[in-house]
Design a protein. Structure first.
Length: 476
């Protein structure tokens, strides 16, 4: 997607890394140690399909093992290549450090168009790829824990977990070898929508930061803000849905592979998603106006632009024409290093990928902890919490009895207050807390350091600082 004179995705990540380390005082050599990818494993394997053997190429790249296990999704897409998985693995390192998920960075990919295969064929391919990675400990609850990414979801994760268990029958922690599993196979509630939910929490926290909002030239809250989203996959769909249903945003543009839909009054995200599920794209969708050249809609007037699809979509060829004053990178690497400078020059604020889409790995962390502790969150405390709340309610009711009707509790308050937190509430609370804390650590650098004028550099400074600290603690 990037222009010919644009660096590759991995180079682009390295350039942004270099811009940040130039402002740091790292011991000699440590900078390079952190930047480079530790190892990338390439595997080619055959699967007998439709009467013949088909050969597939897959990768698992480990960027940094300053903490183990290393963590990061597995992508199924035709464009997968070594450069891309290495860039994505590096971003995982910085992402985990920023949100304090105790992992190093990794990423995997398989060159395949999953839409070309039926369920059974995909299961054979996924299990075979998993087998190749498991036997080299590149999937392992203590060493390397994959998760969903583009083209994969909970179904693939369940196959991987099952494959691991078949090959490690006595590993009591086997189910923690992968996250993003279905809830009936060791998953955690709230993981599927976690990345989109994280984008929503990130935006809410951004709009609590008056100085940050002032830099965009906007004011107020999320309510009434117009949003353009590129990619209505798992991340883009959930972000757009939550922002429009819960925060009063208007989704004025949705960009997909086959064009875009626009409506200044706001599109019905659910209706568009259903149309895409049934028709494979937005063409013919009765919602809004169909625009053939989807990329042009990135340049539409709006308050918030959410690229939630591929890397490199905002590059040197279109950056100058982007009008949104605020971009939140729901995808990994949607803005190239060159475009980043052009946008900064224009005064556009970018909430960077390593923070914006960290909701997924954050809830993956909760899932991994749940798997290792072998107990669902809230199982021990929930009823006890309810019983203690009941005590307070009973006491207040006894007191209000003497004070008359004006002092009685509303039924809504009572039912809300009495309900103890279950797994989903705890996951949301943990995610919200993580997104707020990480934003504050990044924003304080942005606002307080005179030599840092963007959130991405601030995010890199925080995360590289944390990775450097762990290397120092290891005595390196
Ligand atoms: N693939 C997701 C990402 O890019 C999630 C990774 C994970 O949960 O480990 O962050």
């Amino acid at each position: 997607m990037s222009t010919p004179n644009e660096p590759s995705f991995r180079e682009s990540v390295d350039i942004m890394f270099n811009r940040a380390v130039a402002l740091m005082d790292l011991p000699p050599g440590l900078e390079e140690k952190i930047r480079v990818c530790n190892a990338t494993y390439t595997v080619r394997f055959g699967v007998r399909l439709r009467g013949q053997i088909q050969t597939f190429t897959g990768y698992r790249s480990v960027h940094s093992e300053h903490m183990e296990p290393v963590k990061g999704g597995i992508r199924f897409a035709l464009g997968v290549n070594q450069d891309e998985v290495e860039a994505l693995a590096a971003l995982m390192t910085y992402k985990c450090a920023l949100v304090e998920a105790p992992f190093g960075g990794s990423k995997g990919g398989l060159c395949i168009d999953p839409r070309e295969y039926d369920d059974h064929e995909l299961e054979l391919i996924t299990r075979r790829f998993a087998y190749e990675l498991i036997k080299r400990d590149m999937i392992n609850p203590a060493q390397n824990v994959p998760a969903p990414d583009m083209g994969t979801g909970e179904r693939e994760m369940a196959w991987i977990a099952d494959q691991y268990k078949r090959m490690n029958t006595t590993d009591i922690n086997g189910v923690a070898c992968v996250t993003g599993k279905p809830t009936n196979a060791g998953g955690i509630q709230g993981r599927t929508e976690a990345t989109g939910r994280g984008v929503q929490y990130a935006l809410r926290e951004f709009f609590r930061d008056e100085d940050g909002v002032a830099k965009t030239g906007m004011s107020g809250t999320l309510d009434g803000k117009s949003v353009v989203v590129q990619g209505l996959g798992n991340v883009g769909y959930h972000a757009a849905k939550f922002l429009s249903e819960e925060d009063g945003c208007k989704v004025v543009g949705i960009i997909e592979r086959d064009g875009a839909l626009t409506d200044p009054k706001g599109l019905d995200v659910e209706a568009v998603r259903n149309w895409i599920a049934g028709h494979g794209g937005v063409s013919g969708c009765p919602e809004g106006t169909h625009i053939e050249n989807g990329a042009a809609v990135l340049e539409m007037e709006c308050d918030i632009l959410i690229p939630a699809a591929l890397e490199g979509v905002i590059n040197q060829s279109n950056a100058a024409r982007i009008k949104a004053p605020l971009i939140i990178e729901a995808a990994n690497g949607p803005v190239t290093a060159g475009a980043d400078l052009i946008l900064k020059e224009k005064g556009c604020v970018i909430i960077p990928d390593m923070y914006a889409n960290a909701g997924g790995v954050t809830v993956s962390y909760f899932e991994w902890v749940k798997n290792l502790s072998h107990i669902r969150f809230g199982r021990m405390q929930r009823r006890q919490e309810e019983a203690r709340h009941q005590l307070v309610v009973d006491e207040l009711e006894r007191l209000s009895h003497h004070l008359g009707d004006a002092w009685s509790m509303t039924p809504d308050f009572k039912s809300k207050y009495l309900r103890g937190a279950g797994e989903l509430e705890l996951v949301r609370s943990g995610l919200d807390d993580t997104m707020r804390t990480a934003y504050q650590s990044m924003a304080s650098v942005w606002h307080e350091r005179g030599d840092v004028d963007d959130l991405r550099t601030a995010a890199y400074l925080v995360s590289i600082g944390k990775v450097a600290d762990s290397y120092r603690a290891k005595g390196l």
